[in-house]
Design a binder for this molecule. Structure first.
Ligand code: UDP
Length: 441
C-alpha cells in the first residue's frame, strides 16, 4: 500500500531557525548531489510505533529538499505480526522464535513481493518485518538500485551471531543488501555487509515536541486533573517491565518522604501485548491509590498531551533496565528538563552523568538523584538547558536526514562496494577512513 496522505512537503524555514542556516545549507548541498535519485521507504505500519513516527516527518523533509520519495507499507495480518513480534523479542534476547514461524513469515512476504517500485533508486527497508523482500529483487534490481536495511531494534548480538537457525536466517537476508543501518555500535552484528551507525532523532516541530502556549499546557493539565503546586516527576513509557515503572514508584516513595512532589506515569492503552495489562495492574497495585501518584493510560495519538505533560514536569525519569535508544530522553531534554535515566542501552548516549542529568542503576540511586534535583532547582534548570542544546546538536530530524543522505550518497556516488567485508561507518565521521568494527566489539 502506498501512503498518500502525508502532510505536504514541510518548509525548511522553521528548521533554519532551530539549527541554523549553515546546517541546512549542508543538507541542501547533499541533496544536490542526489538530484534525480528516487527514494522509497518500506515498513510494516502506517501509524503507531517509532518507525511510522519517524517516516511521517522524514519523508516531508526529504521532499522539502527536492528529493522524490515514496512510502510503501506492507499488507499483513495479525498472525504475521505475532510472528514478527516474537522475532523482535528473540532479537532482543528472549526465547520463543521457532523455525515453524518462518513459514508464516514467507506467506506474507510472498503477498507483498510487488512492493519494490520499479523506478526507485534507493530502497530503504525498515526492521525485520519487510526484511525478506530483498529475496524478490531481481538481479537487475540489485545492480541498478541500492538496498538499505534500517534496523531500529536493539539487537542482542549474541542472539544473531551465534549459530542459531534464526541468526543464519537473518544474516542470509541482510547480507544481500548493499548496506545496513543500526542505531548504536553496540547492536552491530558481525555480518558481511557495510554497516552504518545512525542514532534516532526527534522532530522538533511535531506535536510531540513543538513549542506550546501556556494555555495549551494548562488545558492538558486540567483535562487530566493534575495540579502543579508540587513539582511533577514524569516517566513516559509503554507499560513494560523493561521500563521498570514499579521501580520508579518505589523511588518516588523514598523521595516523597523528603521533598513534596508528585509522580506522573504516562503510558499507552492501545496495546495488544497481554503483558502490558499485567504490568499496568502491577503498577496500580504498587501505587496503592497514593494521592500524589498519577497513572495515565492514553490513546496512541496523544502527542500533544505528552508534549504538554513533559513541559509541565520538573524532572523527566526514564528508569529503564533495558532500552534501545529511549526517544523519551531526548523528548524530555528538548523541553529543557533534566533527565534521570537508567544506565542502559541508548540512554548513556543522551545523558551525560552529572552534566545534563544523572545515570542510575538502582532504586536508591534514582531516589537520591531526584531529591538532589528537587532541592536544587537552579541546577536542574542548568542541566535541562544543557540537555536541550545537546539534543539540538545531536538528536534532531535534520541530523538524521543528513546521516541517511550521506549513506545514500556513499552508495550512489561513493565507493562503498566492499560487500564481502565487515566494516562500520559512522556518517558523521565518514571521512577519511571507515572504522573496522572488530576494534569496537
Ligand atoms: N509514547 C507515546 N505514548 C505512550 C508511551 C510512549 O506516544 O503512551 C511515545 C514516546 O513519547 C516516544 C515513543 O513513544 O516518542 C517511545 O519511544 P522510546 O524510544 O522511548 O521507547 P520504545 O517504546 O520504542 O521502547
Amino acid at each position: 500500500m502506498k501512503v498518500t496522505d502525508l502532510p505536504a512537503a514541510l518548509s525548511l524555514q522553521e528548521y533554519r531557525g532551530i539549527i541554523g542556516e549553515e546546517k541546512i545549507a549542508v543538507l541542501e548541498d547533499l541533496a544536490g548531489r542526489l538530484n534525480g535519485v528516487t527514494f522509497q521507504e518500506i515498513n510494516s505500519t502506517r501509524s503507531g510505533g517509532g518507525v511510522a513516527e519517524i517516516l511521517n516527518s522524514y519523508i516531508p523533509f526529504l521532499k522539502a529538499l527536492g528529493l522524490e520519495t515514496t512510502w510503501s507499507v506492507m499488507e499483513a495480518e495479525a498472525p504475521f505480526f505475532d510472528v514478527t513480534k516474537t522475532l523482535h523479542n528473540f532479537l532482543q534476547g528472549r526465547d520463543g522464535f521457532s523455525p515453524l514461524m518462518i513459514e508464516v513469515y514467507w506467506e506474507t512476504l510472498r503477498r507483498n513481493e510487488g512492493l519494490i517500485d520499479d523506478d526507485a533508486d534507493v530502497v530503504t527497508i525498515h526492521d525485520p518485518q519487510p526484511l525478506g523482500l530483498i529475496e524478490y529483487a531481481t538481479r537487475s534490481d540489485l545492480e541498478r538500485k541500492r538496498f538499505i536495511w534500517r534496523c531500529h531494534v536493539q539487537l542482542e548480538t549474541l542472539s544473531v551471531d551465534t549459530a542459531s537457525e534464526i541468526g543464519r536466517f537473518m544474516r542470509k537476508l541482510v547480507e544481500q543488501y548493499h548496506a545496513s543501518v543500526f542505531s548504536s555500535l553496540q547492536y552491530l552484528p558481525l555480518w558481511r555487509v557495510p554497516s552504518f551507525i545512525i542514532p534516532p532523532f526527534i522532530d522538533p516541530l511535531s506535536d510531540k515536541n513543538r513549542d506550546l502556549t501556556g494555555q495549551e499546557i494548562d488545558g492538558v493539565l486540567a483535562k487530566y486533573g493534575i495540579e502543579t503546586e508540587k513539582p511533577l516527576i514524569t516517566q513516559v513509557s509503554r507499560y513494560d517491565t523493561f521500563k521498570d515503572p514499579v521501580g520508579v514508584i518505589e523511588a518516588f516513595r523514598r523521595v516523597r518522604e523528603k521533598v513534596p512532589c508528585q509522580l506522573l506515569l504516562v503510558g499507552g492503552r492501545a496495546c495488544d501485548d497481554p503483558e502490558c495489562f499485567l504490568v499496568l495492574r502491577n503498577v496500580r497495585d504498587a501505587a496503592e491509590d497514593h494521592p500524589d501518584i498519577h497513572i495515565l493510560d492514553l490513546p496512541p495519538d496523544s502527542h500533544l498531551e505528552i508534549n504538554a505533560l513533559q513541559r509541565a514536569s520538573a524532572i523527566i525519569v526514564q528508569k529503564s533496565i533495558k532500552e534501545g535508544f529511549g526517544l523519551t530522553v531526548s523528548e524530555g531534554f528538548w523541553k529543557g528538563k533534566p533527565v534521570v535515566g537508567g544506565n542502559v542501552g541508548g540512554i548513556p548516549l543522551q545523558v551525560r552523568d552529572g552534566w545534563n542529568g544523572y545515570l542510575v542503576s538502582t532504586v536508591q540511586e534514582t531516589a537520591d538523584r531526584l531529591v538532589h534535583l528537587l532541592k536544587n532547582p537552579d541546577l536542574a534548570g542548568r542541566m535541562g538547558a544543557r540537555g536541550k542544546e545537546f539534543v539540538r546538536e545531536n538528536f534532531l530530524l535534520p541530523r538524521g536526514v543528513h546521516d541517511h543522505l550521506t549513506v545514500a550518497d556513499q552508495l550512489v556516488n561513493g565507493k562503498i562496494t566492499a560487500r564481502e567485508s565487515v566494516i562500520c561507518y559512522h556518517p558523521r565521521v565518514l571521512s577519511p577512513e571507515p572504522v573496522n568494527n572488530s576494534m569496537h566489539l
